[in-house]
Design a protein around this ligand. Structure first.
Ligand code: BGC
Length: 494
């Protein structure tokens, strides 16, 4: 065989291997059917389950204690704090009462040691949050320290919390980077409130605890100008709030009668006050942790078991959210290299560029550049991989990498359609009033910035049991600032 023939044969081997991998990432319409049916079943199970240790407990389906939706006329100045990823944000939100708001904020990057050091305690974390809150108050609202009056704050805490009232909830487990074992099982509002008092901010009262999806839902209701049902105060159909970013999750309005995990007396009490619905935080990141229907490749298994901080949990999130898209690509590339199919200038895995060997070093932003690269010889991809990973590539390698990237993002977007289809079907919203349309408020870097994500999601909705007619009635709207505005709205009603 000539050198050329050898070269072609090895290129062909790479292409064949990549095609096989891409095939494993396909989500067929039949799979969408199975996933949607299972999702509905898991929602129903989760709404009634009260036993956390039950073998099949369904989705977490956490009652948020939010029983109404804003209609855009709310007014007031409130504080909000937001912990949800690698940043902590403190804001003051002024709701103007005409669907608009003004916001002042201070964003701080969580110090690496709080994310990585094994010996970090809850106190270290919450004391940091309280110090940053104090810094914001001192700079932007010193009047708060000069009064003894209660000042309300809404706290968006975007991790799974077992909420016991509007302003209390214990952490079930950390996701998205944090790993501070002694916080699990503790009331995060109490932890924060104690540290605020130590900063001389005892009058800043954490009156509401909310998840970012619930915040997104509320902020969407507040800013949206075309939700007639909101202005009449009737909530006869749910709309969904969801996040596709570093993590993924969603919430929706459920009929109180169906939330049977809440004690009957409590539901009756709410009913007597005229409350008919409650926002449920599904924590869909944990959908199908039993792996009954989720598509699973060996890369998913490896990332979950060997590289993630919460093996066995949040398996849906690990196939969908931004935190894992780059990690999937990185693991596939390392696998192809160890099979002698790519980057052959490096003889062993250990010789590969350090950044390619480092878990979670490959950001989903890199994938978004590769996804839409149509430059000759995929030059953009070449530069992006060089800049971020110090990884030189050949044109053939780049072509194959692009195929893998597109398979990963497509699977993510197709899976992302499942909860939306399932909630829409379960609640029967399309056959109810308001022209049978459903509004979905979305936030998060993936849904906002990943090229083609929303159209792939829509495509999957049309292939799902919703069908193309149903898909046309589902409106995905970007709802910004949920964690700030949503928490403020929650604090307002508290
Ligand atoms: C958390 C959710 C959160 C979502 C989006 C997930 O990892 O469990 O509580 O809503 O990320 O931020």
């Amino acid at each position: 065989m000539s050198f050329d023939d050898l070269h072609k044969a090895s290129q062909q081997q790479l292409t064949t291997a990549v095609d096989e991998i891409c095939k494993e990432f396909e989500v067929t319409p039949q799979k969408l059917d199975e996933l949607t049916a299972h999702f509905i079943e898991q929602m129903q199970m989760g709404l009634s389950n009260t036993d956390e240790s039950a073998e099949n407990k369904g989705l977490p389906m956490i009652p948020s204690f939010v029983t109404g939706s804003p209609n855009g006329t709310e007014k007031g100045m409130l504080f909000a704090a937001d912990l949800g990823g690698t940043n902590f944000r403190v804001c003051s939100v002024t709701l103007s009462g005409d669907h608009t708001y003004k916001m002042e904020q201070m964003k701080s990057k969580i110090p690496d040691e709080l994310l990585e050091d094994e010996n970090v305690s809850s106190e270290d974390l919450f004391s940091y949050l309280a110090r940053r809150t104090a810094a914001f108050i001192k700079k932007n609202h010193p009047e708060v320290t000069e009064t003894k009056d209660i000042v309300k704050l809404g706290f968006t805490f975007s991790y799974p919390v077992l909420q016991t009232s509007l302003n209390a909830g214990t952490l079930i487990r950390w996701t998205k980077g944090f790993n501070i074992p002694d916080t699990v099982g503790k009331d995060v509002v109490q932890l924060y409130q104690e540290q605020l008092a130590k900063q001389g901010l005892g009058n800043l009262k954490v009156v509401a605890l909310t998840n970012d999806t619930v915040g997104t839902y509320l902020s969407h209701c507040y800013t949206s100008q075309n939700t007639d049902s909101m202005t009449t105060g009737e909530i006869s159909e749910p709309i969904i709030g969801c996040i596709f970013g570093t993590g993924t999750n969603g919430c929706y309005m459920e009929e109180l009668d169906k939330v049977t995990k809440l004690p009957k007396e409590f539901r009756d009490k709410l009913a007597a006050q005229g409350k008919t619905h409650m926002v449920i935080n599904t924590e869909w990141g944990s959908f199908d942790n039993e792996l009954k229907v989720l598509p699973t490749t060996k890369y998913d298994v490896y990332i979950d078991q060997k590289l993630s901080a919460n093996p066995g949990f949040h398996l849906f999130e690990k196939r969908v959210s931004g935190m894992f898209l780059g990690e999937l690509l990185r693991n596939i590339l390392i696998d192809l290299h160890s099979r002698g199919l790519i980057f052959n200038q490096y003889r062993t895995n250990e010789q590969l560029p350090h950044r390619l060997q480092t878990p979670f070093e490959l950001d989903s932003e890199v994938l978004s550049h590769i996804e839409i690269d149509d430059s000759t010889g995929l030059r953009e991809t070449e530069l992006s991989l060089l800049q971020t990973l110090r990884l030189p590539t050949s044109p053939t390698e780049r072509k194959e990498i692009q195929k893998i990237v597109r398979a990963i993002s497509r699977r993510s977007a197709y899976l992302a359609a499942v909860p939306i289809a399932a909630i829409t079907i379960k609640t029967g919203v399309l056959s109810k009033r308001y022209h049978g349309e459903v509004e979905v408020g979305c936030d998060g870097s993936v849904v906002e910035y990943y090229p083609g994500f929303r159209s792939m999601l829509r495509h999957a909705l049309a292939l799902s049991p919703l069908g193309s007619e149903g898909e046309r009635k589902v409106h995905l709207r970007l709802a910004k600032d949920g964690s700030g505005v949503g928490a403020a709205l929650c604090a307002l009603v508290a």
